[in-house]
Design a protein around this ligand. Sequence first.
Ligand SMILES: Nc1ncnc2c1ncn2[C@@H]1O[C@H](COP(=O)(O)OP(=O)(O)OP(=O)(O)O)[C@@H](O)[C@H]1O
Length: 870
Amino acid sequence: MSKNKLKNEKPDSKKTPPAKDPAMVLKADRVADVKVKELVKDERTHKVLGVGLLLLALLGFIAFTSYLFTWEEDQDKVFRYSFHLMFMGDEHVENLLGRSGAFISHWFFYNGFGLACYLFCYFAFILGTNFIVGRRVFRVWRNVKYVLFGLLYISMATAFVAGHAGFPWGGAVGNALNRWTTGFLGTLGTGLLLLVIGFCWLIWKFNFEFKLPQRKPKPKPVATPEVLVEEMAAEPEPVMEKSKSKKNGLKNDTGVTVIPPAVIDPEETGVTMELIEREEPVVSPLITVIPAAHAPQLDVLVPEEADGPPPFAMNDEKVPDLEETFAPANNRRKNNAPMDVAFEVKPVFEDEPAVDDSQDLGPAQPVSVDPYDPILDLRDYKYPILELLDQHSTEKVVQDAAELEKNKNQIIDTLKNYDIAIQKISATVGPTVTLYEIVPAAGVRISRIKNLEDDIALSLSALGIRIIAPIPGKGTIGIEVPNIRKSIVSLKNMLSSDKFQNSSMDLPIAIGKKIDNENFIADLSKMPHLLMAGATGQGKSVGINTLLVSLLYKKHPSQLKFVLVDPKKVELSLYKLIEKHFLAKLPGEEEAIITDTKKVIHTLNALCIEMDLRYDLLKEAGTRNIREYNAKFTQRRLNPEKGHRYLPFIVLVIDEFADLIMTAGKEVEMPIARLAQLARAVGIHLIIATQRPSVNIITGTIKANFPARIAFKVSSKIDSRTILDIGGAEQLIGQGDMLVSFNGELVRLQCAFVDTPEVERVAEFIGQQRGYPDAFLLPEYVDEKDLEGKEFSLQDRDPLFEEAARIIVQTQQGSTSLLQRRMKLGYNRAGRLMDQLEAAGIVGPNMGSKAREVQVKSDGDLEEILDGLL
Ligand SMILES: Nc1ncnc2c1ncn2[C@@H]1O[C@H](COP(=O)(O)OP(=O)(O)OP(=O)(O)O)[C@@H](O)[C@H]1O
């Protein structure tokens, strides 16, 4: 004993007296406590426990089965020696598991539950499996209930059937239950009770259908229109049914509920799915892509168990098998610590295209219960088809095993240099970068890794490394490393995805793919405005085209209008082809795409007027937002005679914001800030892009009102902070590599790519169709300065004077806001008109909040007055 003590003592223990200080004792206790906790939590402990339980299940099974054949021979000895039998070396028993097998199985069978004892083996098996696999393959609580029920029912039933046989079929428990119940209900009653319980259990489990033979249906009377309407109302809308079926499963003809595989939650159902049951993985010469919804975790380090082709591809000519690929790694394993770390490559996610190329992409046309449908004006309008877009190179993500292996080792080695041990590392290969997700060994603080962020980045020193410590919502650390072979994300693929096709968003924009290759599709109307920045040549213009084309594929010209501001004069000029369908402009303007700063100011102010007008309309209609308003309007509950109209969404796009702020400063900033603050509810949304994300361009006022921001690669960490409030965008690798900050989350995406010729084809496709007679006209804006100093006289009266006079006399309402709405005017101009009408004697003086009195009562009188003014 004393030797052991000496062994455990540290070399310098002679110098340090044994710690008697209570604080130190406490501390030591805490350390021990922490160690025990870690040990309990450690996944290796769980695995060891799992193996132990499986062994127990197997041993129990062997002992019980052997007992069935040997109980007669061994029973005597067990009765005689009881548990001492196990320790009596000279006693021979017949049970395959020897004396302990004989005693334990006797105890379980004879004193316990008879045949039902096998349920204990079953329970040890499911617990063991759960521990080894590390998740709930079987639901424990449900199985506890089954086992308890089974123990009681089976033991009693077997005791009842076996009667007074020598073998303990139902064990002591079964016999006792049987005796009591037979005394209580009699033998017949007990038999019936057991039958009924068994039958009920089967019904509960399998839910049989009990059907009486169907009666011949009576011929239906011919449906009257009312009956038809009722039936239609009772029938769920097909679109609704589809979305419902996604969640809850779909009833088929046989009444069986079919749950799509992706919906089955193993946690929920206790069912695990195997790859074999599902569609074949998509195999390309470059890579095996397993759609994520179909793919459970795939551990590539177990090649013998991997079914089907390997998840890697090495190069175009040669696809070696996994054993070959990992041979050098395995050899190194003996003397290289990094190899001990579990390494897992996550399968690549792929969205299934929902439609074929030639399909019309318009949203499902809602069944209109109301005669008013905004799209009827251009009822023949065809949504652009996917064939107009190109597939850019291979879309398949390339997983290069050698590259993954090399990076993984470098990461492990680097972290080892900083004394950071790793428990597990997994890799998710995205289109441009691979995310290595690291689970640090127990006891390693994430904050330590965070502090070492710069050093680690330096040691890994590849261009574009970004460290995320910790990954939000997980206790892991992410290291993003650029791929040697990057893949382009074609907009075509994103637009054909199920997610985009079936989206019910108001303004869906396909932005790009996440690192796990999931399509990132957002609703601009929820964002509700977007700020984009990036140094020149990093993918901003492509990004803007991506957003615009996404919207063009999903919206009808009656539902959406763009206001395009392009100070560079070239970027957005392609869109002039769709002027009569999708563009908005100021009245009297030649060009819809605005390139001149002065006109930008006018347009922004006109948009502010449109916003105010829309708010008036919403208020009058008693609605809170554009959706409610338009719904009411299409139901014909709003009177167009009173100025109500269907409101399309308006998206303002400014391609180079820096130029505008430099030349016009506050004049541009103020209306933009106002729109950004208020325009969301009335369906006006802003997308603002800039090359120079400096603080004098993206001012506090602007930033505060643009919660959604996109950063392409920028030139400095400061720029990244200006746009995202955090560094990282300077580490991006360009060509559409981007960070999106939205809803408080920062996501790295590869922007979807759409080339200029594709945009041109889409614009031509739309442009050659019948459009509206003109672009959508914004309200007129008259600069205050232009009017200042002009003495009012009837000779200088507004060109709209006569029109205003007619409206006032026809409606007999002397209201300024009526003029604003009906004539799409700003408040100032409508006010001026009203003053002129007063001067001409058409309306009375201002009466505060009440409408003015209309002094001319008939059209005839008005014409006389107007003639007199000429
Ligand atoms: N999403 C993308 N995927 C692949 N390549 C891209 C992507 N976006 C941009 N690129 C490549 O980068 C080039 C420059 O992109 P883009 O013209 O959009 O840059 P920019 O930031 O708008 O530059 P500038 O500000 O000078 O107009 C493109 O011609 C294309 O080759």
